[in-house]
Design a protein around this ligand. Structure first.
Ligand code: NAP
Ligand code: G4F
Length: 324
């Protein structure tokens, strides 16, 4: 079976490509053509991943990627996925994260592949934004708080519409924050785990962060890609919240990281705050209810919050020691 993953060089793409290869899939990863020459993240991918070239802003390249990979399952993980940048590059974010999904859906239709392909769309808990209820379910209304959240909500509604209008097998995973050693350094968890590792190794004295009170439902990316695959195996496509149901603040993530590195959990000593990391509009708290995924997919998270933090800090202690 052939699977095409867009965004294969990202955190989830790395986990999902490994997961699908282990299941015996032939895995095609869509990457920007120029990156093949110098991107270290491509070098990190399993060598069995076959590269096809394409970009969510270029319809012709999407059709070529679909023709070349001839997939039965497509996982659309590609996005401008950093909320912070979406405030300074809103047009780019709308074009990639929102319109890119329209281009992909239309590419599938133009090639007449609607009944051959099952599509997974990476929807986001960021769509809930200023939450209308807690915990959030598949039925909680959206109130996005960033251009990224708005673009994801557009893409989500579009996928539901194409599912209903053209009977396409499209499932949207409304995934809450998920992290791990492959997380990009722009996101707060990786910024903390690598910053704490540098402090523990004597390479730095403190971390500089924004809002310490923001709270998230943080899970492990390795657990979450399994849910993506399970959604593609159902007879009927649907939308699923994927979360742990547990909430921790940024402050707690720092404390747990300091403990993992055998340092005192003393934020006054190790953390400075800088307003440049405060967002124009914030998502204060996210907490997901994954009951539907548990009931219909048999999915549940495995890695706990302390295990996740330990995994990330231990990984960064090794990386930072090697690099410096
Ligand atoms: P990520 O690490 O930021 O990876 C994003 C991927 O998208 C990268 O491979 C990137 O390629 C690719 N990309 C960016 N612009 C593109 C374009 N114009 N055309 C094609 N590819 C492009 O994100 P992630 O954490 O793996 O998340 C995967 C997906 O899940 C994203 O859609 C994200 O929005 C969504 N999501 C993530 C979370 C989370 O907590 N991680 C939660 C909910 C939803 P380059 O390397 O070439 O830039
Ligand atoms: O790690 P973050 O940048 O993740 P955020 O904004 O929750 O978005 C992530 O999760 C979404 C799912 O809900 C995904 F859709 C999205 O693609 C991405 O993966 O920030 C988490 C929280 C925010 O409240 C932010 O204000 O941490 C707060 N924060 C505090 N100081 C910081 C910092 N965030 C970053 N990136 N850097 C800081 O210094």
């Amino acid at each position: 079976m052939n699977a095409l993953i867009t965004g294969v060089t990202g955190q989830d793409g790395i986990h999902l490509s490994g997961f699908l290869l282990n299941k015996g899939y032939r895995v095609f990863g869509m990457v920007n053509g120029q990156r093949q020459f110098n991107d270290h993240r491509i070098k990190n991918l399993d060598r069995r991943v076959e590269l096809v070239f394409g970009d969510l802003t270029d319809s012709v390249s999407l059709m070529n990627a679909l023709i070349e990979s001839n997939p039965t399952e497509v996982y659309n993980l590609a996005a401008q996925s950093f909320v912070g940048i979406s405030f300074t590059q809103p047009e780019l974010t709308a074009n990639v994260t929102g319109m890119g999904v329209l281009r992909l859906l239309e590419a599938i239709r133009r090639l007449g592949l609607e009944s051959q392909i099952k599509l997974y769309q990476a929807s986001s808990s960021e769509m809930f934004g200023r939450v209308r209820e807690t915990p959030q379910t598949e039925l909680t209304p959206f109130h996005p708080r960033s251009p990224y959240g708005v673009a994801k909500a557009f893409a989500h509604h579009l996928c539901v519409n194409y599912r209903e209008a053209y009977s396409m097998h499209i499932s949207c995973g409304i995934l809450f924050n998920h992290e791990g050693p492959n997380r990009g350094h722009e996101f707060v968890t990786r910024k903390i785990s690598s910053g704490v590792a540098k402090i523990a190794l004597g390479q730095s004295t403190h971390l500089t962060l924004g809002n310490l009170d923001a709270s998230r439902d943080w899970g492990y990316a390795g657990d979450y890609v399994e849910a993506m695959w399970l959604m593609q195996q159902t007879d009927l496509p649907d939308d699923f919240v994927i979360a742990t149901g547990e909430v921790h603040s940024v402050r707690e993530f720092v404390e747990q990281s300091l403990i993992a590195a055998n340092l005192e959990p003393d934020l006054d000593r190790y953390v400075k705050q800088d307003p440049k990391f405060i967002r124009p509009a914030e998502v204060d708290l996210l907490q997901g209810d994954y009951s539907k995924a548990k009931e219909k997919l048999g999915w549940a998270p495995r890695v706990t919050f302390p295990q996740l933090v330990n995994m990330m800090v231990e990984n960064d202690l090794i990386l930072e020691a090697r690099e410096n």
